[in-house]
Structures are given as structure tokens and as C-alpha cells.
Design a protein around this ligand. Structure first.
Ligand code: F6R
Length: 236
């Protein structure tokens, strides 16, 4: 595991964007596993900047996002599809048919989950998976549990996650109670993993995940079993 500490969110964003850009330049048809949340916003800005300068081409790149709220369609401002359009896909050229976010409004959620894993397999797996980490140690929406789940699945969000994410909604009651999340199988099968964590408040859970016991009670701890993880942490 490679651990990089920076002193600003800007630097974290630049370094992570360089890492992703290098992956796409070396393999234009890369499959990127992308994340939402507040942490990657700066990375997507840096990638957009590189694209505008003509230094990055995503026209052959595939992106497969980690997760989506159940019950929000892509036109909802708090859906993760909407987030990806706003923060990246509307600014750089990805072929629309090459960007994937789980469909949280699918009639048959179990079938949607199965199809999501099958899609990852059809594309030959993920080349580079970008991850944030929740205060409870979740990655994607794999919440603390008594077992790890390999497949994409529907998860009941924990009250702490609902509360943490309520900052994006006008009231906590509007936060969906469930999400579809990629499971640990697709995440851990990614060839490379880039984990970002911003701010002192994330330090404790990050250190425990990297150095403590591997346990589904702290889902990110499973990353200790992966052979190519880069962590970028900003102390700011
Ligand atoms: C988002 C996701 C989540 C976030 C995590 C951290 O797609 O999968 O695991 O990465 O909740 O969120 P922020 O970056 O808002 O602190």
C-alpha cells in the first residue's frame, strides 16, 4: 500500500487527477470505477481542466459508478447519476453509453444488481477504482455488517450515513433509506485502487482501516488484502 499525505484538498485533488489521467493516457479504453460524495469533486474539476486543455481523451473510456440511492432517478438533483453528469460527464466527452450508474428506480432491483456485476465482468473488470471512505468505514455503500458481501446489492443505510448525507438534502426525511452498491467483489477485483480521504475527521477511521483488524465491521479494512492500493489523505 502506498500512502501519500498532503496538506490541502487542492493538492489531494491534483495528485488523484494525475493518477487517473495517467491511467487513461496509458490505456484509453480503461474501465474506471468512479465515486461520488464531496471528496472527488476537486478531482473531477482537475480532470475537466485537463480535458479542456486537450490533454485527456475519455472517448474510449468506460466508467462504472459505485452506487446509487434507491428511489431517485437520474433527474433528481441528489441522485448520483445527476452528480456525475454535473461534476464530470457534462464537461468532458465520455460516450453516454459508456457511463454506468446503478438504476435506483429499477422495477426489479435484484435483477439490476445482477446485471451490474455481469456488466463489470463483460468489460473485463475495473482497471482503476476510485473510493472515498465514510465515517463508519464504508466504501461504496458497503456499510458495517457482520459479513462482507461480494455482489452488487441493495443495502439499508445506517442512521449515521443517513445523517452524514442529509447535508445534501433539504431535510433528513428526504434522504433515501436504501441504496444499490457495488459489492466487495468488483471493488477488490479492480486492478488498482485509489482511496481518497479529506480532513482530520477522516484520519481515525482511515488509520484503523489501514492498520487495524480486517473486519466487516469496518468495511474499508478489506483493502488491506488488495495488492495495489494508493491512499491520498489531506490533513486540511
Ligand atoms: C460515494 C460513495 C461513498 C463516499 C463516502 C465518503 O459514491 O461510495 O462511499 O465515498 O461516503 O463521502 P464524502 O466524500 O462525501 O466524505
Amino acid at each position: 500500500m502506498k500512502f501519500i499525505t498532503t496538506n490541502s484538498y487542492e493538492r489531494l485533488s491534483e495528485l488523484a487527477a494525475e493518477y487517473i489521467a495517467a491511467q487513461v493516457i496509458l490505456k484509453p479504453e480503461s474501465v474506471l470505477g468512479l465515486a461520488t460524495g464531496s471528496s472527488p469533486v476537486g478531482i473531477y474539476k482537475c480532470l475537466t481542466e485537463k480535458f479542456r486543455k486537450g490533454n485527456l481523451d475519455f472517448s474510449k473510456t468506460v466508467s462504472i459508478n459505485l452506487d446509487e440511492y434507491v428511489g431517485l432517478d437520474g433527474s433528481h438533483e441528489q441522485s448520483y447519476r445527476y452528480f456525475m453528469q454535473e461534476n464530470l460527464f457534462d464537461h468532458v466527452f465520455f460516450k453516454p453509453e459508456n457511463t454506468f450508474v446503478p438504476n435506483g428506480c429499477a422495477e426489479d432491483l435484484a435483477a439490476e444488481c445482477r446485471e451490474y456485476d455481469a456488466r463489470v465482468r463483460r468489460f473485463g473488470g475495473i482497471d482503476l477504482q476510485l473510493l472515498g471512505i465514510g465515517f463508519d468505514g464504508h466504501i461504496g455503500f458497503n456499510e458495517p455488517d457482520d459479513h462482507f458481501t461480494a455482489e452488487t446489492h441493495v443495502v439499508d443505510l445506517l442512521p449515521s450515513t443517513i445523517e452524514a448525507n442529509s447535508r445534501f438534502f433539504s431535510s433528513i426525511d428526504e434522504v433515501p433509506k436504501q441504496a444499490i452498491t457495488m459489492g466487495m467483489g468488483s471493488i477488490m477485483n479492480a486492478r488498482k485502487i485509489l482511496l481518497i480521504a479529506n480532513g482530520q475527521k477522516k484520519k481515525e477511521v482511515l488509520m484503523e482501516a489501514m492498520n487495524g483488524n480486517i473486519t466487516p465491521r469496518l468495511p474499508a479494512s478489506i483493502l488491506q488484502l488488495h495488492r495495489d492500493v494508493t491512499v491520498i489523505f489531506s490533513e486540511e
